[in-house]
Design a protein around this ligand. Sequence first.
Ligand SMILES: NC(=O)c1ccc[n+]([C@@H]2O[C@H](COP(=O)([O-])OP(=O)(O)OC[C@H]3O[C@@H](n4cnc5c(N)ncnc54)[C@H](OP(=O)(O)O)[C@@H]3O)[C@@H](O)[C@H]2O)c1
Length: 267
Amino acid sequence: MSFYQNKIAWITGASSGIGEALVYELSKAGAKLIISARREAELERVRQQSGHPENVFILPLDLEAPATFDAAVQMAIAAFGRIDLVFHNGGISQRSLVKDTLPAIHRKIMEIDYFSYIELTRLLLPHFQQQRSGHLVVISSVMGKIGTPLRSAYAAAKHALHGYFDCLRAEVWKDNIGVTVITPGYIRTKVTMNAVTATGEKLNREGKEIGNGYPADRTAAQIAKAVENGKYEKYVGKPFSKEWMAIQLMRFFPAMAMRVFRNAVPD
Ligand SMILES: NC(=O)c1ccc[n+]([C@@H]2O[C@H](COP(=O)([O-])OP(=O)(O)OC[C@H]3O[C@@H](n4cnc5c(N)ncnc54)[C@H](OP(=O)(O)O)[C@@H]3O)[C@@H](O)[C@H]2O)c1
């Protein structure tokens, strides 16, 4: 029997990209799903394409609206009576230099990519602790491990996720709650298109690296496997790619890594 058979998973950012691919991957494996994002029509499209629409519950959610999180968590739990896994995945990227980026834009990125993850987690913890099981899956990024130009707030949010969820893992292991932090490389999605500029506008253009990125469906399969294997942290994407190399370089030769990264021209 599949690890995911009859498991109940909540996936944020499920209307596109990695989250959408996770819906198809987990649905195929027998999971029941709660799917969230802002665009309800896109969620309905994903539900219909999931192969098992009867096992998919749509829960619209804006990760920039923390006042709605308490009710959303209660609705997510009520959808199928419990939650086994949460995939914190919804997010936005950035293309702007530090000197140009308005404070409000830094806050917006932190709100969506960091604060929403930790507040939803805080609200879910009593449920996981009561049932003495649960697994938190956190979609970080290679940018959670390194720093390059044009991604300051995004990298800050992603780095923060590692610190927070490493601490949480150490706190909740005794309650049988697991934490897997995923660091994707370049994955072919709308992430660059949806990235924000210094003043908060949508970038609205494709990136070359993302355009040639690893397919989202294979990424979702890698994520599902990492969770099943109880990994604490896992790179996903093209094996032995330059993004993977960047993590290794930063870990073992940080001075050299930082000289390489300052010449990086992110698209
Ligand atoms: N693609 C990559 O190369 C890559 C690499 C590393 C990490 N990641 C991470 O992977 C995750 C998924 O991104 P993706 O690549 O799949 O990009 P994507 O195709 O742009 O999908 C982003 C998802 O996040 C949701 N979202 C954005 N802002 C939201 C908000 N305020 N409230 C609720 N949902 C929101 C979007 O849904 P709505 O617009 O419908 O709300 C969408 O479902 C992100 O955390 C991203 O940082 C991606």
